[in-house]
Structure formats: structure tokens, C-alpha cells
Design a protein around this ligand. Sequence first.
Ligand code: ZN
Length: 151
Amino acid sequence: MALDDLYQEIILDHYRSPRNRGACEECDHSVHHDNPLCGDELDLALQLERGRIHRIAFSGRGCSISQASASMMTERVKGETLEQALSIAEVVRRMMHGEPPAVDLGDLMALEGVSRFPVRVKCALLPWMALRDALSRGTSRHEDRNTEEPR
Ligand code: ZN
């Protein structure tokens, strides 16, 4: 199987069977992002606990690239610290602009080929922009909550 075919399979698998898709009642940071160029919409919700992404869920609609990227993003960053998640987001952003990733991104490598199609790069990066937005909004509230919970 050619690498492009394998990557296509991974993208379709995440599109058809999205991971972490649905509502998250416990999540306290939620953002809505869209990509008008393609018509992609994404709602992302997450909950930080002790600096890690404890819960993360998305819902949305749009092309297979945007929805598969959201599924892969949630799977990859769940359980990671805020810093690790932002670092992965940056590696993905650079990959989508043609820079080969220095770390193993697992399924996310399937998105690398999308960088050859500039109009689709925004589709692939939509969930990652939403993640950065949600995490930047999350920081202060997370600290607030820590002060309320003496341990
Ligand atoms: Zn799209």
C-alpha cells in the first residue's frame, strides 16, 4: 500500500469513527471556530486538571480533513500538559507549512500530505487553532480553581 493510500485510510477512519466526539458536561473551556473558506465548523470543549488536559471533546461538521484532524487532535493531546499540547500544536502548524516534524506524530502524520494543498491547510489547522484558543482561555480560570481547592 502506498504511503498516500495509507494516510488516506487513516483520515477516513477518523472521519467515519471520530474519537472524543460529543458533548462534555464537565468541560469548562469551550470555543467555537469555523473556516468559512470550506464551511467547516468546530466546537471544542476541554477540562484542565492539575495542568493537564483531563477531558476533551468536539462536535462539528465539515470536510473529512477538518473532522479527521479534530479527532486526531483530541486523541493526541488528551492527558498531555498544557505546555506539551501547545508544543504539539506548533509542530503540526509547522508541518502544515511544509516543515517536516522532528517528533513522531503518529496518526497525525497522515495530515502531512495536506500541506501540498494550500486551500485545505486551514481545514487541517482549524481544530489546532481552536485548541490554542481554548488553552489560552483556560489558564487563568484553572489557576482560579486551584486557589479554591486547598490540598
Ligand atoms: Zn474543510
